[in-house]
Write a protein that binds this ligand. Sequence first.
Ligand code: ATP
Ligand code: MG
Length: 541
Amino acid sequence: LIGETIGDLFDRIASEYATNDALVSMHQGIRWSYRELQQQVERCARALMAIGVEKGDRVGIWSPNNAQWCVTQFATAKIGAVLVNINPAYRLHELEYALNQSECRFLIAADQFKSSDYTAMLNKLVPELAQSAPGKLITPALPHLNGVITLSDTPAAGFMSWQQMLDQADNSSVDALQERQSELQFDDPINIQYTSGTTGFPKGATLSHHNILNNGFFVTESQRFTDQDRLVIPVPLYHCFGMVMGNLGCVSHGATMIYPSEAFEPDSVLKAVAEERATALYGVPTMFIAVLEHPTFADYNLDSLRTGVMAGATCPVEVMKQVIEQLHMKEVQIAYGMTETSPVSTQTGAEDPIDKRVSTVGRTQPHLESKIIDSLGKIVPRGEIGELCTRGYSVMLGYWNNEEATLNAIDSAGWMHTGDLATMDDEGYISIIGRSKDMVIRGGENIYPREIEEFLYTHPAISDAQVTGVPDKKFGEELVAWIILKPEADLTEQELRDYCKDKISHFKVPRYIKFTDAFPMTVTGKIQKFKMREITIDELG
Ligand code: ATP
Ligand code: MG
């Protein structure tokens, strides 16, 4: 394990690989070497100190992917501030919740994103903003907030622009920064990340330098990263996939971070891989599908790719085969984890056979432990289903300002109870069965929706299928399937029922079938089954 703070690691790597490309932000036309990135980071760190950011202060960032995000990440780490990642898709209500829940003192906000005007939104939330001097904000709506830094070049009244913030660096010395950095401990909190909100309201996981720095390192170590690797990061930086597995994964090896666009766009990914001769690519399965199916796919030379990570959800076998063959990612890996464990706890290896990469999420990462337990907390026999628990360096410090939730999640022996159902085979490979919250109990029978989804997926007319349970008077719960058909495909409810007959047990045949164009999703592309349930319950009356 690396026993350094993120600031110290960053400085060490930046001097060792000074001339390597550190960051390419394609949509901004930015290309910085490690030396250049370090200059930016140091300037930003001094500026943040000059505007009054103390050790432990929360600094929110509400922005899509860009170079400023990366600079802020390492600058806040150097001065011991706690970066609060705020989803750029959040709107006022959610932003207010995150800022108040984490008691942010400063906010760095994008200018525009997906046709939303962030300045206008903020002025609506905080009418006092326009009347206050930058850094002197007093507002009842956000009692902890002192100032807002906007990524706009022309800041509205009350806002400080990114450049105006950087200019403050002259009011804080290099010595002061070094002194601050030397006071920090690697187990200090450094980051609050909200969970995706797949199963309910997002919770803020408080993570330390040690948590995320080591996780980033081991995720790319297992992909055999060196300082020659060039990683395309189309996944959001506000999520651990981008900022830990992406940014910290690269920085810990002196590798190159490549941002193709503000938010995922398949064509920008293809262009980034081809033009930058990328060696690695990240994504959730739906992103890989979108890239593979994109009409311009054949126009690009992608043979520089070697590895990458697919995570966040299970990957269909066909998609895995295409990623290996058509995207040349022979060493592509599957990773499993959660925000609360920094995030990755299991990963397949570069040489694992393809069946392990589609049917399992690999083995436990170095320096971590996994166990699978029954409802009484006893370890189940190999191959049997139970709740997966993780222990080790990666387990979060706790949920921010939510001791009750922390005590529910992490037990007194340090095990994080993931809420995921899984099995472990004799060789230690773990398979995720689904979330315990998504398991359906119909007439006393445990049903794992994923099994039915995979079966439905075998129907040639079906593009995607999601199964969940809804309350039922007679059986306790009944199954409902939401189906997305392939373009031009035609399928009736009755035809689908006939297809299921004699292939799966009668009690696994969904009672309700709904044809749809889309599933309710988080911005990370995860399907929110609790919303599917709510919608179906509404529709059934
Ligand atoms: P919330 O906790 O707010 O409901 P969330 O659990 O989706 O949202 P994250 O921390 O982003 O928030 O996601 C972690 C979860 O994602 C895991 O608990 C697991 O259910 C799922 N997951 C992660 N990786 C994989 C994978 N490789 N295969 C299947 N599921 C995965
Ligand atoms: Mg979760």
